[in-house]
Design a protein around this ligand. Structure first.
Ligand code: HEC
Ligand code: HEC
Length: 327
């Protein structure tokens, strides 16, 4: 090889190795053409998100489980809904849900608009069919006026309720974490240990093959051999290859959102990373995703990955519940 070729080769390797742009925030918050983001819509969506009157007995709101202080999760293994009903899955964060094309653990919704009506109707969550929500809100003059102003000629319908809630959710974009400062060139922003952890995350651990991009997920559905009975994506797509597969979750603020996994079965980040770096809880489980292999991470390496994941924590959300709701 000539000197010039070697130089070009080294430079190209350097460029590839240092392409950190995949971890950076996209310039725009995506929104569907028929539901562009507006301030009024987000403000109305916020009221609806926090208003327990959207549940059958006025006791549960979206924010009862997606609690802002806990980075929009609830800190219990499985969600607790109306009348203390225990759900079957762990509550995911809704931060950065604007960027998601696949929603719910089993991927059954394709948009936030479609997703928003699910929990209203779910018996174990808010237990109020959309039709009844519409009827209930139409009796509240304050909401009638707000919807008329926000959605001229449409008013209160199940679609406008969903559009407003989805728009509020799109406003919940993660803020700047130490990792983001590092990606933008501040070498002091994270520790050497965390930098090593990031290297393990992207290389030996191959975590990046699923947890990639600004939101640390490619939204793929995978069976990671946890070995519980939840059929996951198989319920939606009847091909047996999807048995026990769940959506790859974001890792933003993950140090603050225990318990982990769709079943909330793991309480520490160390254990979750250990499972992910060593081929799952039951390595020999039939049906494990072919991309999810035993990467043989030692406890020492796991700790480094954990220090890296801790750098994905931004400051605590300071969104307060509205003081007054429309009457
Ligand atoms: C009783 C607790 C509870 C309530 C109330 C609740 N959620 Fe959820 N939410 C969950 C759980 C549990 C899941 C995961 C369910 C699943 O995947 O099957 C979830 C999933 C979601 C997701 C998908 C996130 C992702 O990463 O895929 C969004 C968005 C969401 N909820 C928004 C809402 C909105 C909007 C409301 C109010 C209309 C609401 N939730 C009410 C517990 C709750
Ligand atoms: C083949 C895709 C894939 C790979 C590779 C992968 N993960 Fe995951 N990860 C997932 C899926 C899917 C889940 C959710 C599984 C479930 O709940 O059933 C998950 C869950 C997690 C969770 C729990 C997050 C939460 O909020 O519950 C952490 C932490 C995590 N992964 C870290 C890692 C680390 C670290 C690595 C590398 C050592 C890794 N993952 C490799 C797909 C993957």
């Amino acid at each position: 090889m000539t000197k010039a070729v070697v130089t070009i080769f080294i430079f190209a390797t350097f460029l590839l190795a240092s392409d950190m742009s995949i971890w950076m925030r996209p310039n725009e918050i995506p929104a569907p053409k028929n539901n562009p983001i507006t301030k009024d819509k987000a403000a109305l969506g916020k009221l609806l998100f926090f208003d327990p009157r959207l549940s059958r007995n006025d006791s549960v709101s979206c924010a009862s489980c997606h609690i802002p202080y806990y980075y929009w999760t609830d800190k219990v293994p499985k969600a607790i809904g109306i009348n203390g009903t225990k759900g079957t899955r762990n509550t995911p964060t809704i931060i950065n849900s604007a960027y998601m094309k696949t929603l719910f653990w089993d991927g059954r919704a394709d948009s936030l608009e479609e997703q928003a009506l699910g929990p209203l109707e779910a018996k174990a969550e808010m237990d109020l069919p959309a039709k009844e929500v519409v009827r209930k809100l139409k009796k509240i003059e304050g909401y009638v006026a707000l919807f008329d102003k926000t959605f001229p000629r449409r008013g209160i319908t199940k679609d406008t309720i969903a559009e407003a809630i989805a728009t509020f959710e799109r406003s919940l974009v993660s803020g700047e974490s130490p990792f983001d400062r590092w990606v933008h060139g501040d070498e002091e922003a994270i520790s050497e240990e965390a930098k090593k952890g990031f290297e393990i995350f992207t290389q030996k651990g191959r975590c990046k093959s699923c947890h990639s991009g600004f939101n640390f997920t490619n939204e793929s559905l995978n069976n990671i051999a946890l070995g519980d009975n939840d059929p996951g994506a198989f319920t939606i797509n009847k091909n047996p290859i999807w048995k026990g597969s769940f959506k790859t979750p974001t890792l933003r603020n993950v140090a603050e959102t225990s318990p982990y996994f769709h079943d909330g079965s793991v309480h520490t980040l160390e254990e979750a990373v250990y499972i992910c770096g060593n081929g799952g809880r039951y390595k020999d489980l039939k049906g494990r995703s072919p991309f999810f292999r035993d990467r043989k991470l030692s406890m020492k390496e796991v700790r480094k990955v954990v220090s890296f994941l801790e750098t994905l924590t931004e400051s605590r959300p300071n969104i307060e519940a509205p003081e007054n709701f429309p009457q």
